[in-house]
Design a protein around this ligand. Structure first.
Ligand code: FO1
Length: 322
């Protein structure tokens, strides 16, 4: 390919961030735009928290808590303890002191009238993630999960479902509240139109990539861009590599398997799909759905493993382009 390769990646939290770290290593000269999921965002203590944007920013900027995969390194929880002493919760969400500073700056800028995309750019001035990180939308979108608790049907915020309930109850429905009215943030559609390749990392297909695709215009722009779209399965064997993809896939009627997730995206969107070596057996099924498929190791055990996955995704992209 002549010139700088322009890559657009739709990213959720941990899986997206770790894949991006590998992609940067695999394609150091590429121009990478990350469209981040903001459906996980939550307002707590009067502050706006954007877990997925922050996970990408901290991971690529060297500030992430590696073991946890979210939050800051060397974290302390003094502020949270003091809030708890006032009886102010929620106690189930772990916000550390260093992380708090990010949310204070973000909330202050939003209050001053800056859109989330401009705020994210300002936060990235510090972290220098080496990619252009854009929220999917400047408009508020909040993923809610319909559950039955104590015999009662109710909708809870995604963070409450995942962090407080630990996805221990079935999800009946996943609703990206506000998505229908949301507009893609400035730069999102332009980046897609100018991309040479679009990648879906092994992020959650429903609450991460699915939420981004639910913003009107984004799915259409990707399908119409006329460039290879390649995804990596977040399901290995019959289980999610991390997180609760099985619970939220069940809520949208999709079986937890690498092949079913590819079919869920569909050949109208996806040109190529990478599955783990243990799922070699589904390659034929995915290909018969009109999606080019390869089986390779998909465990991001370290940066080199993630870089190998990124190389395979880019190789599959050039293969489907040919
Ligand atoms: N995940 C947890 O399991 N427990 C937490 O207390 C928690 C706090 C938290 C604070 C800031 C942040 O950026 C992320 C945080 N996460 C926490 C991760 C987050 O809940 C999810 O993993 C993502 O939203 C899913 O992509």
């Amino acid at each position: 390919m002549l010139g700088t390769m322009r890559i657009v990646v739709l990213a959720g939290g941990i899986g997206g961030a770790r894949f991006l770290r590998g992609l940067k290593k695999a394609a150091p000269d590429a121009d990478i735009t990350v469209i981040g999921n903001t459906g996980d965002d939550i307002h707590l203590f009067g502050l706006k928290v954007c877990p997925d944007l922050d996970t990408v920013m901290y991971t690529l900027g060297g500030g992430i808590n590696e073991e946890q995969g979210w939050g800051r390194t060397d974290e302390t929880f003094r502020v949270k303890e003091e809030l708890a002493a006032y009886g102010v919760g929620p106690e189930w969400f772990g916000l550390g002191d260093r992380d708090f500073a990010t949310h204070i700056v973000r909330t202050q800028m939003l209050g001053a009238g800056y859109p989330l995309s401009a705020v994210t750019q300002a936060l990235c001035e510090r972290w220098q993630p080496g990619v252009r990180l854009i929220p999917m939308s400047d408009d508020r979108v909040e993923t809610h999960v319909a559950v039955t608790l104590d015999g009662e049907q109710k909708a809870v915020h995604f963070q409450e479902y995942w962090v407080r309930l630990r996805a221990s109850v079935d999800a009946h429905a996943i609703v990206p509240v506000g998505a229908e009215q949301a507009k893609p943030a400035p730069g999102v559609l332009e980046a897609i139109a100018e991309a040479d390749v679009v990648l879906f990392p092994p992020s959650n297909p429903v609450v991460s990539v699915g939420t981004i695709l639910a913003v009107p215009g984004i799915r259409e722009a990707i399908a119409d861009a006329g460039v290879p779209v390649v995804g990596l399965s977040p399901i290995v064997g019959d289980a999610p590599v991390r997180g609760m993809a099985d619970k939220v896939l069940a809520a949208v009627g999709v079986e937890t398997s690498a092949a079913a997730v590819a079919e869920h995206y569909g050949s109208g969107l996806l040109d190529g799909w990478l599955v783990d070596s243990v799922d070699e057996g589904v390659v034929e099924r995915v290909e018969s759905a009109g999606i080019r498929c390869r089986a390779i190791p998909l465990m991001m055990t370290d940066i080199d493993a993630a870089a190998e996955m990124a190389r395979a995704a880019l190789a599959l992209a050039s293969e489907v382009r040919a």
